[in-house]
Write a protein of this length. Structure first.
Length: 140
């Protein structure tokens, strides 16, 4: 057994449980209360690399799951926004205005993202060329 395995085994399971609750949105104090340990105990371990890595992985998983929910709902949300933005019978003008503003903002960000991807690809090609020892023109 390596020294890293030994360190991980020494961290109490309740600390990992508190870290999990914290990664899910609980405050540190709330997470400790749920699992039945003191915040002092968690403070003792939470800055260790393996605990930080565990928390970061939990957060990444949560973000991926949330992103998938948004992606799945996006077509329905977009249709609803378009319907509200183009509904001539909408009695509350701010509803149509808000929906329109959201759609315009989305389109602007979409175009910006496309441009940024193009620039990133150009930079990656320039870096690859530089690594290959070729001189390239940095002007657009």
């Amino acid at each position: 057994m390596g020294s890293k395995d030994y360190i991980i085994e020494e961290i109490p399971p309740k600390v990992y449980a508190a870290v999990r609750y914290n990664a899910e949105g609980e405050s540190w104090e709330g997470a400790c209360k749920i699992v039945g340990i003191t915040p002092k105990t968690v403070r003792k371990y939470r800055d260790l690399p393996q605990v930080q890595n565990y928390r970061e992985e939990l957060i990444k998983e949560k973000l991926l799951h949330s992103k998938q929910i948004v992606i799945n709902a996006f077509p329905t949300v977009l249709k609803a926004l378009i319907k509200r933005a183009t509904n001539e019978n909408e009695k509350k003008g701010y509803v149509a205005n808000g929906a329109s503003q959201t759609l315009v903002s989305y389109m602007i960000h979409l175009e910006q993202n496309i441009e940024m991807r193009k620039k990133l690809e150009q930079m990656e090609q320039q870096i690859a060329a530089l690594e290959g020892g070729r001189v390239i023109d940095m002007k657009d």
